[in-house]
Design a protein around this ligand. Structure first.
Ligand SMILES: [Zn+2]
Length: 349
């Protein structure tokens, strides 16, 4: 003990001598994005996912008891993390009634469900909203087998939680995002993108002030195409409405995460048409720029074998950090993203 104290004090002396002999250096500029991205860790992602994709949640089928447990898990996380609800108080649920879920012609017999929402208010432009989304539901139990949906979309769900935590830490330390960030866990994706559709038809914040939707659906695995190059992710939609968004996303990746960004599925001619197949599309059709982050399909896609032990957590960490950096830049930059390639939005009738 004494020896330790002695060496520590010598070290302190040496440090003070060496600093006093040198000219004072200017304070290095801190890149806060790196500091907060570092709070997103494999360990935390795994901790959440082994619960969220456990048998206890019974495959999170929309409106069923397992999905209700999943919603409760998300709500409890935000309350514990002291991240507010945009609805006020401890109401983190945007109710999505059965009457809506069963009215779109895409699903029948569904019970009431809910989107789970949390919010960090912007420090300078609070009316401008950055949305980070993932679907909270999966396909439930079939033939007695639980479909855990660890990748689909447990991976995206826990990524949103970790990104929320990183923004919250920044806000608490006075480095909060200039724009507001909405963490949106949508229900009913597997039934036909229903929760996200409900959100855009009943938005909590005006769509005209919604700057972007970064949507995450399956980012914890590798597909066959990348067996030899696992440090990849498919990006879909980034350049469809806003060239600026695509460029910014590329720049953030080059600066911070160095992932091989694969645009195969961004090709309009690709027969999979993934751009139209997850929740982001409900935002894109109203001219809100989106990026869809996706690892492609694999042998466990929509099987009961999509379990949390098969997730590649270091990839999940790096991909989540890329999304955080992109969100951070969009939330903090001076100007709102420019939509240079608008589409005709659906008419309301
Ligand atoms: Zn999905």
């Amino acid at each position: 003990m004494k020896k330790l104290i002695l060496s520590a004090s010598i070290a302190a002396l040496l440090v003070s001598c060496s600093t006093s002999q040198n000219a004072p250096k200017p304070e290095p500029e801190i890149d806060y994005a790196i500091k907060y991205a570092a709070t997103i860790t494999e360990k935390d992602l795994a901790k959440h996912l082994f619960v969220y994709a456990s048998d206890e949640f019974e495959g999170r089928d929309t409106g069923e008891p397992g999905q209700k447990k999943a919603s409760q898990y998300l709500k409890d996380f935000y309350i514990k993390s002291n991240i507010a609800s945009p609805l006020g108080g401890d109401d983190y649920y945007q109710e999505v009634p059965a009457s809506f879920l069963n009215s779109t012609g895409r699903a029948y017999g569904l019970k009431d469900s809910e989107n789970v929402v949390a919010f960090i208010k912007g420090s300078e432009k609070p009316d401008e909203i950055v949305v980070i989304s993932a679907h909270l539901d999966h396909v439930g139990v079939k033939n007695g087998k639980i479909y855990n949906g660890a990748d689909d979309d447990g991976s995206g769900t826990v990524a949103v939680l970790e990104i929320a935590e990183a923004f919250k830490k920044a806000a608490d330390e006075g480095n909060g995002p200039k724009r507001s960030v909405l963490f949106l866990h949508v229900t009913g994706e597997e039934k036909g993108l229903l929760g996200s559709r409900y959100y855009v038809e009943n938005p909590i914040f005006p769509l005209t002030n919604t700057v972007v939707d970064l949507n995450i659906d399956m980012i914890g695995r590798i597909d066959d195409r990348h067996k030899d190059n696992p440090n990849f992710v498919y990006l879909i939609g980034a350049d469809k409405l806003s060239t600026e968004l695509h460029d910014l996303s590329e720049a953030m990746n080059a600066k911070y995460t160095n992932i091989s960004l694969d645009y195969k599925y961004n090709d309009e001619k690709d027969p999979n048409r993934f751009y139209y197949r997850s929740d982001h599309y409900n935002f894109a059709k109203y001219n809100i720029p989106i990026i869809f982050y996706f690892n492609g399909t694999h042998e466990d896609y929509h099987q009961h074998t999509d379990t949390p032990d098969k997730i590649n957590y270091d990839l999940l960490e790096n991909r989540t950090r890329l999304i955080f950096h992109t969100a951070w830049e969009i939330a903090n930059r001076e100007n709102k993203l420019i939509v240079d390639k608008p589409v005709t939005p659906p008419s309301k009738n």
